[in-house]
Design a protein around this ligand. Sequence first.
Ligand SMILES: [Fe+2]
Ligand SMILES: [Fe+2]
Length: 166
Amino acid sequence: MLFKLVNMNKILYWISYMSLINNYFSVDHQKLDCLFEAFISHRTKGDDNGYNYFQLFHKGLIQHIEWEEKILFPFIENLVPMSQGPTSVMCEEHGQIKVLLEIIDHKLASQFNGEILEITQLTTILAAHNLKEENVLYPMIDNNINQAQRAEIFSEMELLQQTKRA
Ligand SMILES: [Fe+2]
Ligand SMILES: [Fe+2]
């Protein structure tokens, strides 16, 4: 019985390893959603602290996009050329997301008091974008790479972060 349990744990461990890219990037989406929701909730209450949450969200999302555009997407494009269709759509959406982030940031920094329509636009585009990545692109990546390649991706992500800190 115990032997079976150990084996089952090992199997579950390997299954989660095989979707590590999807898990890691999906959790990063959730972390960013959490910061964005905190921003919205402070803003609804008219609390200026909301801007701090927005700045963390903005910085985190730019980092996430850089990981995807500089490391993750080129990696899968080299291995699976047909992935270039989905990755180019994602990059196009990143462009729209970055423009919206800049506009919102600028309006918040200049204490614009009216309704910021770009917040709703960003919420809509980001929800659909994340869903496409989690349901299509990340699983495609996980299905086409091995553990050594996962390690290579995570190591490049770490190096990119270190270069930016230096
Ligand atoms: Fe993305
Ligand atoms: Fe993403």
